[in-house]
Each structure stands twice: as structure tokens, then as C-alpha cells.
Ligand binder design. Sequence first.
Ligand SMILES: [Cu+2]
Length: 616
Amino acid sequence: MGRDMEFSPVLIIGSRQSEYLLNTKSYELALTWRVRYKFIFQFPLPIPSIAQPITSYTNSSTGSTIDYFEINIVPFDKQTYPDLGTTSYVGYNGTAPGPTFHMTKGREAVVRFINKYDRPSSIHLHGSYSRTPFDGWAEDRTFAGEYKDYYYPNAQPMRTLWYHDHSLSITAVNAYFGQAGFYILDDPAIDAQLKLPSGDYDIPLMLAAKQFLPSGQLVSPATTHVSLWGDVITVNAQPWPYLNVEPRKYKFRLLDASISRSFSLFLVADSDPNTRLDFIVVGADAGYLSSSVPTKSLVIAMAERYEIVIDFAKYQGQNLTLMNERQFQNNPDYPATDRVLRFVVGTHVSSTDGNGEVPNQLVTLNDPEDHPVIDKQFTFETKNGQWLINGVGFEDVENRVLAFPKQGKVQRWELINNSGGWSHPIHIHLIDSQVTKRSGGRAAVEPYEATALKDVVYLGQNEKVEVVANFAPWSGVYMFHCHNLVHEDDDMMAAFNVSQVDLSAFGYPETTSFIDPMTPAFRSKPISSLPFPQGTAQYFADIPISVLKRFQDLNAYPDSKGVENASKSFYLTATDAADTPVSTGRSGGGCGDGGRGGGKTTLSTQRSGTKTSTAT
Ligand SMILES: [Cu+2]
């Protein structure tokens, strides 16, 4: 073993994880020797590049615009450990994190993802109420040599979204090896009102724990069916970076993009590491909170986003460190997993824009109406070596649609963690929900959850959590799952069918059906079928009319508030008989994988539709 190659044995402090290991394979992973990273806080924080639109289409009569972007999924190598070999990644445009999309509310987008690698991909824009064919349904895969156009609304309240892989059974591998990036939706009107730090003072921080081999390559999550927690904390793919900051306020957009590790973050000055400093939470998954929440600690689990403001004014010339609590939930601790990011505070402030007081009142949330009755209970559990929801996994095609909420109706779901010492961040696609109750475990809704709308809720060890959401604005079949991506792949994922009601009498006819995520018209296609070679002048000239205008003509994203109000009107006037959702089935039912992906891919939306009359 070379002089520069130091190994440190696994250190598991205060963790009972071995009691829950499911098989010997994962046990071996837990015992793998880990490669010590000797350069903590010695390299600067990388900031991902901004994705640039290539072309756009504006409808001359309505003024609606769709911007067009292209992302190639390609392998690349990158130096992670200065003293080891390079690390192989597969990422969006050959970067990890992928380029950051910076979108403005009111301008739609089409992003063409082109798969130039040999593993299939499916792209989920996490935080967007995309129509089902553009939501990254796990079986809606884009294989090597194929492309798919994803059509995004950019119409929700401003928020920090992220785009990442969601491909059947290999989501953990794809996301971990680089298929993840930020997607920021801004609303200039709200920005002007709140005057929070922006521009160079608004910084995305993608946290992710990783594990490396002595070669410098990543340990693959394919080697475990349990979890890959990682002993190396990366921020924007750099292990333990530092960031030079000015002595003023900054906004940070935190995302936990780990596949298995959750964090409990706190901030200290290096001169006084025992005193936890205040910072202010201003945003969560679905955008700004109703009121800002000062705190000394912040729990962030996989796929959750929080926006925080830190004021460095009092710390000129000092170092502050963002720390991570030890012995938090079932995360194993390693020598340096208690540290995340160092702030090196300078002495000069170059702009005071957005440096005023953080307002107490921020925005009015689109809260669901009161709904005290629990409609659905979902138990997250392990059975026969599998991770399941109410005993069902995504492979169980016949049974995996576990709920049939009616379009525009509020439901309360109780999420129950019945899996011993494990924790599960639960992501429900499509909706923003209110977290109203947590019992067992931490036994309380965190103050920054209570003033937020969320699309992921952290179901800690032995916890029960209640969430309330309006199943709106769209109908269709969406996934919900654990965001420990190892659990998701194996097989803690199911679906719900927002059962469509006919809103045509209220001004919102559904002229195109988006209920089925596998709708053939929107599936991926071979690159070879493109009318012009990719990247040529003719190819780009053809995009606005052949691609963008056609998407706009679908009327996929009418005003969502109008659709919500139309559903309310529908239920006010509906008779009991009419209050039954219309059939959601395409004739012939199945929306399988075109024979490409094996036998377990049929989702019979027709069956789902007939079930709705008896379902809650
Ligand atoms: Cu889980």
C-alpha cells in the first residue's frame, strides 16, 4: 500500500444499524474500508454552471413562451481525491451536479434529455407539478441512443426544485453517479417584495454523502439493498469545501441529494465550537414559508430543500463551519461526517442589496382546506428482505396503485414508520402538502415544517406523520416512495391515481389526456429518428415549430388556480352520481414498456379507473 494511500476502518458510533442489516451482502459493504480524505476545507465550493436556453417559441396571440434546453447524459471523469485516481461519473452535460436551470415563473420549458450512456434514464423534476408523461415515471425510460422531451410548467410559487434520475431499479446508481442538478424557479414580483439576498449572495448547496474506493472511484450503491450512507460529505460534488463570503447576509438553498444520509445541521464559529449560532429558515420544498423561522438547528433528509439566511456581518475575518449532528437517526457516523462546509468570512462588503432585515411574514401559502379525517394510512416496512408500502412494492403491478384521490379533493394521509430502526423520507409526487402532526420519535412537527408546504416529509425512526394535501391541479397516475434511493429501488414505491373529473363545463376541458405516464405519444424516441442531425443549424431551426409549438397546442398547463377553483365548483354542483370520476382508462388499458423492459411494466390504468367508484 502506497505511502499516500491511507485507509481508515469504518467507525460506527452509537448506531444500532447492524441489528437491521438485511443480508450478508450489505454487511460486507458496511465493513468496507474507507479511504480517508486528507484535504478537508482546502478546496473551494464549486458553483454549477447555469443552463442556457437554445431557442424558444412565443405564441403571437397569447404571448406564452416556451424555452428550449438540451441536456446530454454522458460519462466523464473528475479528480475528487487529489492523491488518488480520477472518479468516473455519468452526468447531465458531463457535469456533477448538472447545470442549474434558472427559470422565471410564467415561462414554460421543454428540456430534451439525450441518453448517450448505456444505462437507461428517466428524469424527474422534483417539486414540479408536471403532467404524468413528463414526471419521470420509473418505467418511462430513455435507453441508450434515445431522447425524450420533458415539458415543464414553471407556474408554481417560486421554489428550489431539482432534477434527478428516477429510472426503474437503478435510481440510486444513476443519481449517485451524477444525475442530479438544481432547477430554480424565481418570481421577480416576490423577489422585489421580500428583498432577500440574491445573485452572488444566493447560493445552491447540494449535500451528498459518498463512499470512495482506494482507486478514487465511487463505491456503487448497486452493492447494497439496505443503504449507502457514505463517509465523505460532498457539497456540489466537492468533499468538504470552503466558501469565501463577505460579512453580510447570504441565502443558501440546501438540498440533501444523498441517497441514504439525512442531516441535522447547525452552525458554529470555529473560535467557539460549543455555541450554536442562529440562522433563519425562509423556504422549504414548495418555496417560501408563510413566516421566517429563526433556528439553531435544521433537519434535512434526502430530497428535502430548505432555504436559509445566514448573516456573517458579526464574523469579519473569522471562520464559521456548518456542522452535522452525530448520532442522528440511523445514520452511521464516520470520522468527519460531523462537518459539512466552512465559511471563510472576509472583511469587505461589495453590495448591500438584499442585506436588510429578513421579513417575519413572507408569503401566503396555498394551504389545503381543513380536513381532519384520515383518508389513507400507509405503513412503510420491511418484509421478506424487501422494502414495502402496505405490503406492496412497485413490482407488484396489479396492486401498486394504492390510492384514488379525486381530482381537486383534499385528503389526509397518515404515514407510519413500522420498520424498526430505519427512517424514510417520503416523497409524494404532484402535490404540495401540509405536515400537520408527528407522533412517536421526534414527536413534533418542526417549526420550519409547520410554516411550509412540503413535497417530502421525513418519517424518522418510529414516527407517524400526517400530511394534508389537495390532490390538484391535474389528474393521473403518479408515484410516491421513500427517498432513500436504495429503498426506493428495492421496492418502497407505489402509485396513486388522481381520478379525473370532467371540468369542461367550468371552462377547463381536457383536450389531451395526460393521465397515463406511459402515453406512447410522449415516450422517448431513437436519436436516429430525428429529422436533422442533432446540433446542426437545421435541427435547431426546426425545434420551435416542430417541437415547442406542438407542446403549446396541447394546452397541458392551463392556469392551475383556475383548475382548482373549477374542481371546487364541480363538487358544489355535482350530484352523487356525477361525483364519480370519469374513467381514466385508455381503451386497451395497458401502458407497458413497448416490450423493451421485460414483463413487469404494465400499468393498467383502465383497472384503476373502474376502481375509483368504490375507492376513497
Ligand atoms: Cu426508506
